[in-house]
Design a protein around this ligand. Structure first.
Ligand code: CMC
Length: 389
């Protein structure tokens, strides 16, 4: 009862007005601030896309270099944050470390807390964008027992991240150009996706007036689940479980069996019911990266066979289940030498651009109200507490 509609999963509820990203799920259209994702993937770079998402317009050359300077200036983290990381067990999942450390930023950068001040809001957004790769790489290195590497600010955003991940002292890191390019492309494709679960979470927390670091930390935890950003990690685990190309048919049969909870990870999407435009772009890059890096990995063979088998299977065709962006991103990350547990962290770095843009938009929105869904109560009727004794 009450003046509201039952809408589990909010499939029919628009929770806000937003001018950032447009999706037409039936026609596979994705626009950031009006620009088609295909064109951004071809001509832009992740930092420029971040500027676009945050500000609404593409930067001119001066605006871009100022923005790049600003982000670069904030890549360092407070030294004391290191001991925060060291408080984790060595085998903690890097997403747990990321969520914890990002949340702790609210205790380190108090000046970001005056969310009434637009300049402070912007500074917090820049800090999040700048520090996320530093913290992500530090979490990874901590998990393998390596000392953290400081950001090399003479490098570009993605290159800098790869150096923080993999560089060891006195050994120059030889990265094939295709690595940074593929990663930059993946970051562009993952930068925003309107009101997905993690962005809605950032907005829900943001609607209460919580500080931006807390909002984004909440977004990270929402992203972690296998139905959302955790899918890229789940894809790799599934491929490992399948193990051999000749076992692909068995996995497809299991995914179709309604008595079996097994699903093909990396297939299907809540909004895209024909194809995921990001998957179309990344599919080509994925095949190219495997070729350029000359990777010979049986799991990648399993992935390609699975893609082929599902695309022509009646069950998947009928339900319009296509490989989504995370099917291919996991394969590319693996080919680049990024460990499976870091896959969702990679997604988080990219999605930070979207999270902070939505948070900034929300804080400026006069219609912003505390998010407070209702429910259909299914519990016991009112009853009396039993008399004792
Ligand atoms: N494997 C096998 N069957 C599937 C799959 C799958 N991956 N996805 C959906 N189905 C079936 C489902 O069983 C149902 O069949 P029926 O109509 O016979 O009951 C039908 O397709 C519709 O599925 P649904 O669960 O109602 O669809 P949804 O919109 O609620 O779920 C989804 C979307 C992405 C959660 C789901 O497709 C899924 O679990 N996919 C695997 C996880 C995954 O790859 N997630 C990443 C999403 S993209 C990245 C991101 O934005 O986070």
């Amino acid at each position: 009862t009450g003046n509201f509609t039952y809408d589990p999963g909010f499939t029919a509820t628009a929770s806000c007005r937003s001018a950032i990203t447009y999706i037409d799920g039936d026609n596979g259209v994705l626009l950031y601030r009006g620009y088609p994702i295909e064109q951004l993937a071809k001509h832009s770079n992740f930092l420029e896309v971040s500027y676009l998402l945050m500000h609404g317009e593409l930067p001119d050359a001066k605006q871009f270099s100022d923005f790049e300077h600003e982000v670069t200036h904030h890549t360092m983290i407070h030294e004391a944050l290191k001991s925060f990381l060291q408080g984790f067990r060595h085998d903690a999942h890097p997403m747990a470390m990321l969520a914890g450390v990002i949340s702790s930023l609210s205790g380190f950068y108090h000046d970001g807390l005056d969310i009434e001040d637009p300049a402070q809001r912007r500074l917090a957004a820049i800090r999040l964008l700048a520090k996320m790769p530093t913290i992500a790489a530090a979490a990874y290195r901590y998990s393998i027992g390596w000392p953290m590497r400081y950001p090399r600010n003479n490098l570009e955003y993605v290159d800098r991240f790869l150096h923080m991940m993999f560089e060891v002292p006195s050994e120059p890191l030889e990265l094939p150009p295709v690595a940074a390019k593929a990663l930059d492309l993946l970051f562009i494709l993952h930068a925003d996706h309107e009101q997905n679960a993690s962005t809605s979470t950032v907005r829900l927390v943001g609607s209460t007036g919580a500080n931006p670091y807390a909002c984004v930390a909440a977004g990270i935890t929402a992203l972690w689940g296998p139905a959302h950003g955790g899918a890229n990690e789940a894809v790799l685990k599934m491929l490992e479980e399948i193990g051999r190309p000749e076992d692909v048919a068995k996995a497809v049969a299991r995914a179709k069996d309604k008595d079996d909870s097994f699903r093909l990870m990396g297939f299907g999407h809540r909004v895209y019911k024909n194809f995921d435009p990001r998957a179309t772009i990344i599919r080509e890059t994925c095949h190219q990266v495997l070729k350029d890096l000359n990777v010979d990995d049986p799991l990648l063979e399993v992935a390609m066979r699975l893609e082929e088998a599902a695309l022509k299977d009646e069950y998947f065709v009928q339900r319009k289940l296509y490989p989504n962006v995370d099917f291919y991103s996991g394969i590319i990350y693996k080919a680049l030498g990024i460990p499976t547990e870091m896959f969702t962290v990679m997604f988080a770095i990219a999605r930070t651009a979207g999270w902070v843009s939505h948070w900034l938009e929300q804080q400026n929105d006069p219609e912003n109200k505390i998010g407070r869904p209702r429910q259909i109560y299914t519990g016991a009727d009112s009853r009396d507490y039993p008399a004792k004794g």
